[in-house]
Ligand binder design. Structure first.
Ligand SMILES: Cc1cc2nc3c(=O)[nH]c(=O)nc-3n(C[C@H](O)[C@H](O)[C@H](O)COP(=O)(O)OP(=O)(O)OC[C@H]3O[C@@H](n4cnc5c(N)ncnc54)[C@H](O)[C@@H]3O)c2cc1C
Length: 402
């Protein structure tokens, strides 16, 4: 009789007890993953994890590499929107998923724990509020910082007529008078990148046209001098003193449904000899860059060149198991938004399937080997029935007779 009652209650609870048996995760931590950085790479990783209901925290300090540019390009479906709109649209959609926290803050330290089985992440939230969390995995989406020369006018006009890649802003300045700002050897190779867009080109090599650099250039690009002559590309070797904006080519009232609009900027390049300034509509540049954040390196992540070394066969994991590197910061050596999306998604899939759930399954199978799971559930139910106040509580007599 009492046994029959147990089964009746058991059947009543069957949908919760049997359809989703609670199995302990392999590691107890507040988050499955903490994504550091909320540019396109971090957003893509967060989205990929949110879609499969991973508990994920994205912490972003908001210093986006392309913040200065007027419009972001070559992003399917979003070609020509502002970078801020792209992030806003992504955040809005991602925040609809129930297992995601998106916060503004700066991660100050990632501390590997217990042989990298989980991590402690320390961060500063706005208002000098220090916080810390535990997480099973860490995704570094911390980006790069461009190292701009100190030439007056360069940083001020960065991303607005002085641009970094042909796909980013080249189309907006097509057929205009273009300057290339770079060392001799890279300026020469930059010509090939931009030739389908511009023909009137001057290389501003800022004193780097020296015999030694000519040899280096010849090694990289045999016949480069003849090539420049054929194209009528000039080299200007004087040292730059400043770049002055004469006209702003922003197109705030242009049709936003169209991806590309010509931007008619005008700049004057001044030299230290104070003679013969040169006018140009736009500049295509080649400057070095560096890691925006040291949190990865401080946690033991190795660099490849100046990038966080990431194994593409291992979901872009670094040398520290459980820490991944995506986007511009990683060693794929591809720095654009489509790559940021791709790499974020790649890590999200790997982290979800090949890491967290695989670890869980191994731990759960091992635990199940020690005890029978069905037996365990029956015991849990029995414990509930003996808890005064629980809906299943059957009283002391029931307890005593079973
Ligand atoms: C001027 C310019 C224009 C560009 N235009 C285009 C374009 O039109 N199309 C295109 O495809 N690509 C463009 N790019 C390239 C593009 O900006 C990058 O490829 C892209 O931003 C990389 O995304 P990411 O998420 O890796 O890095 P980012 O966008 O730089 O984001 C990194 C984020 O991590 C945050 N962060 C860093 N450290 C921490 C920390 N410790 N704690 C918390 N947060 C942290 C940063 O504040 C930042 O918000 C452009 C680049 C430049 C320089």
């Amino acid at each position: 009789m009492i046994v029959t009652s147990i089964f009746r209650i058991w059947l009543l609870l069957a949908p919760t007890v049997y359809s989703a048996p609670f199995l302990e995760p392999a590691v107890q931590a507040e988050y499955d993953a903490i994504v550091i950085g909320g540019g396109p790479a971090g957003l893509a990783a967060t989205s990929g994890l949110a879609r499969v209901r991973r508990n994920v925290l994205m912490i972003d300090s908001g210093e986006y590499r392309n913040d200065a540019t007027r419009h972001a390009h070559d992003i399917l479906g979003f070609d020509g929107v502002t970078p801020a709109w792209l992030r806003f649209a992504a955040r809005k959609q991602i925040s609809d998923y129930g297992t995601v926290d998106l916060v503004n803050g700066t991660v100050t330290e990632v501390q590997p724990q217990n042989n990298n089985t989980f991590f402690k992440v320390l961060a500063e939230y706005p208002g000098n509020k220090s916080v810390s969390f535990t997480t099973r995995k860490v995704v570094l989406a911390t980006g790069l910082r461009d190292i701009l020369p100190s030439t007056t006018g360069l940083a001020e006009n960065w991303g607005k007529g002085i641009y970094w890649c042909p796909w980013c802003d080249g189309h907006e300045h097509a057929d205009q008078e273009l300057g290339i700002l770079a060392h001799l050897d890279s300026a020469v190779t930059s010509v090939r990148e931009i030739l389908t867009l511009n023909k009137d080109i001057i290389l501003f090599v800022n004193g780097t046209d020296t015999p030694a650099n000519r040899n280096i250039t010849e090694g990289k690009f045999p016949g480069w001098e003849k090539y420049l002559k054929l194209l009528n590309v000039k080299i200007e070797n004087r040292t730059l003193s400043s770049i002055t904006r004469l006209r702003d080519g922003a197109t705030p009232f242009a049709d936003p449904s169209l991806p590309s609009h010509p931007e008619h900027d005008l700049f004057q390049v001044n030299f230290t000899d104070n003679k013969n300034p040169i006018l140009r509509n736009a500049f295509f540049v080649d400057f070095p860059s560096e890691q925006k954040s040291k949190v990865g390196q401080n946690a033991g992540v190795q660099l490849y060149g100046n990038k966080l070394a990431a194994d593409s066969a291992g979901g872009l994991v670094t040398n520290i198991p459980g820490i991944f590197a995506i986007g511009d910061a990683n060693s794929d050596n591809v720095t654009n938004i489509p790559h940021a999306y791709f790499s974020g998604k790649r890590t999200a899939v790997f982290l979800h399937v090949v890491q967290v759930e695989r670890e869980n399954s191994f731990a759960q199978i091992a635990a199940a080997g020690k005890r029978d799971v069905g037996e365990d559930e029956l015991q849990q139910l029995w414990a509930r029935m003996n808890e005064p106040g629980d809906i299943t509580h059957a009283g002391d007599r029931f307890d005593a007779q079973y």
